[in-house]
Design a protein around this ligand. Structure first.
Ligand SMILES: CC(=O)N[C@H]1[C@@H](OP(=O)(O)OP(=O)(O)OC[C@H]2O[C@@H](n3ccc(=O)[nH]c3=O)[C@H](O)[C@@H]2O)O[C@H](CO)[C@@H](O)[C@@H]1O[C@H](C)C(=O)N[C@@H](C)C(=O)N[C@H](CCC(=O)O)C(=O)O
Ligand SMILES: Nc1ncnc2c1ncn2[C@@H]1O[C@H](COP(=O)(O)OP(=O)(O)OP(=O)(O)O)[C@@H](O)[C@H]1O
Length: 485
């Protein structure tokens, strides 16, 4: 694509005198390692390193033009200085990939918890009804039926544009993180449906306050197409606020919740069944996954599918067959009659729902294994431990992803936290040994609930030669079987 076309709408601060008229841009990247001949390299000042330090490398690799924020003169190819590289990456990706979101039914789902679950439910309903869907989210990106595991919940704007333009699917479902919104990863995209699940204490190390976290999440709703539709969980405190805000801005806002003001009203939750009231008509829905929280995820997926013209009967039929989501209240029955649950809960609210669900499922005793991520919001740890100590019979504190924190430092933090609870819990820093201990303790009717990692692989090795919570359960069970033989 011609460089002029690409930079036409940009707010340019400065450009080097080199002639740019005839430059054809063969590709775009913000990663010097991916530059090929004729590429445009966009320098981003990142959290870890500064892309401007890689400009020379990019030029050596064949970049024919460079865009960046810094005043940079010592360069042999044209250099264009702009104000905000992350935003410009979205703007030019959108032009380069010819506005791909305008050609798709775009669904963005944001909120602290429930994005992945709602995405998979919705994808399942739509595909059961002949509407192919792409998913871009925490577990994986699925495009044209092919899955590739993902690094981020929301990839950067270049990757997003690439994925959408390569998709032949009619609908694109994107899990939208607050980091993604703040870092302009959604720049250039427009959405037909924007969903808000809930807001809970998380990522406050990054956002500073819950109000700022909310402000970040609400940025998604500024990206709706002119006839776009907001779908909001109004039972959530912040959801209610968002609903009011959007209505005051004249945006088409569909509320879900227990109050009479909601367009889809939820009531009478009992024994895996609940009531929905839509357009004055009430009907029963069988919950496709256990837990009160999944009622909201189900209602969100239900209403979005209905807006895409799938009949009620067909939505309910698909929901009744929904196979669940990896690492979200994933149940593994044990031979001795105890039950293991693997769940991705890593906020206090998610832990509350997960432990409450285990109890509702009939758990006699709950042994809860969990930890905390290194380098991530430490201010939520006490809240998580509070909930666990209230709702479980025994909690075992263990290691989650360490990131840059050392194993010993994390073990010490776990110990300190446990002391606050009069050493009522147990600290077993080795995650695999924590799971082994719980399996040995559990009797018929007990639930072992392991939260935090869900579908993910371990970031660091532990004593047992396993790579995930699920893998660890299988390994221990196999070892036990061999002993029995
Ligand atoms: C702290 C953070 O948010 N970092 C994200 C950010 O990285 P960054 O742009 O600051 O990257 P950087 O490594 O400093 O590099 C700066 C620039 O130099 C370039 N570079 C770098 C090295 C080199 O050799 N050459 C080169 O050109 C890089 O390509 C980049 O353009 O932008 C990248 C692209 O979008 C993200 O992959 C990366 O996510 C990291 C891996 C991460 O862990 N992020 C977490 C906090 C996150 O974003 N989480 C949310 C979900 C949260 C939740 O709800 O649970 C998510 O959406 O995943
Ligand atoms: N609507 C909800 N309200 C509260 N907790 C929920 C809800 N839905 C799911 N959870 C809990 O949060 C965990 C993560 O769910 P899910 O993966 O669907 O959320 P997510 O928003 O995609 O999370 P992440 O941003 O961390 O990827 C679940 O395993 C469950 O414990």
């Amino acid at each position: 694509m011609n460089l002029h076309t690409l930079i036409k709408g940009l707010d340019i601060i400065n450009r080097s005198k080199n002639e740019i008229a005839d430059i054809t841009v063969e590709g775009i990247t913000d990663n010097s390692a991916e530059v090929k001949s004729g590429f445009l390299f966009l320098a981003i000042k990142g959290n870890d390193v500064d892309g401007h330090d890689f400009i020379e490398e990019a030029v050596r690799s064949g970049a024919s033009v460079v865009i960046g924020e810094k005043d940079y003169t010592d360069i042999s190819v044209p250099y264009i200085q702009i104000k905000n590289s992350r935003k410009v990456l979205g703007d030019i990706s959108n032009i380069f990939y010819r506005d791909p979101s305008s050609k798709k039914i775009m669904i963005g789902i944001t909120g602290t918890n429930g994005k992945t679950t709602t995405s998979y439910m919705l994808k399942y309903i739509l595909e059961e009804n002949g509407i192919p869907c792409s998913i871009i989210g925490t577990i994986e990106n699925i495009i044209n039926g092919k899955s590739v595991s993902s690094l981020n919940t929301t990839p950067n704007s270049l990757e997003l544009h690439k994925l959408i333009s390569s998709s032949k699917d009619e609908v694109i479902i994107i899990e939208v993180s607050s980091h993604g919104l703040i870092q302009y990863r959604l720049e250039g995209l427009q959405f037909d449906y924007c969903l808000f699940t809930n807001l809970d204490h998380d990522h406050l190390d990054f956002h500073g306050s819950i109000e700022e976290y909310f402000r970040a999440k609400s940025l998604l709703f500024g990206k709706m197409k002119p006839d776009g539709q907001a779908i909001i969980n109004a039972d959530d405190y912040w959801g209610e606020k968002l609903g009011e805000l959007l209505k005051s801005q004249g945006k088409d806002t569909f509320l879900i919740g227990k109050s009479d003001q909601c367009s889809l009203k939820i009531s009478e939750y009992h024994n895996m069944k609940f009531n929905l009231k839509e357009n004055g008509e009430s009907f029963k829905v069988h919950l496709p996954m256990p837990g009160f929280h999944n009622l909201f995820n189900t209602a969100m997926a239900y209403s979005t599918a209905r807006m895409l013209n799938v009949s009620r009967e067909h939505v309910l039929k698909a929901l009744s067959k929904f196979p669940g989501v990896t690492g979200r209240f994933e149940v593994i029955e044990q031979i001795n009659g105890s039950t293991v649950v693997i769940d991705y809960a890593h906020t206090a609210d998610a832990i509350f729902h997960c432990l409450k669900t285990a109890r509702d499922c009939g758990a006699k005793r709950i042994i809860h294994i969990f930890g905390f991520r290194g380098d991530r919001d430490a201010s939520k740890r006490e809240e998580m431990a509070n909930i666990s100590s209230e709702l479980s019979d025994l909690f075992i504190l263990t290691t989650d992803d360490l990131n840059s924190v050392s194993y010993d430092d994390m073990a010490m933090s776990l110990q300190e936290l446990n002391e606050k609870y009069n050493n009522n819990g147990i600290v077993i820093p080795d995650r695999t040994l924590a799971i082994k201990q719980a399996l040995e303790m559990a009797k018929k009717g007990d639930y072992i609930v392991i939260t935090g990692k869900g579908h993910e692989q371990f970031q660091q090795p532990f004593s047992l030669p396993t790579h995930s919570d699920k893998d660890t359960i299988s390994f221990i069970n196999e070892q036990r079987n061999q002993k029995d033989i």
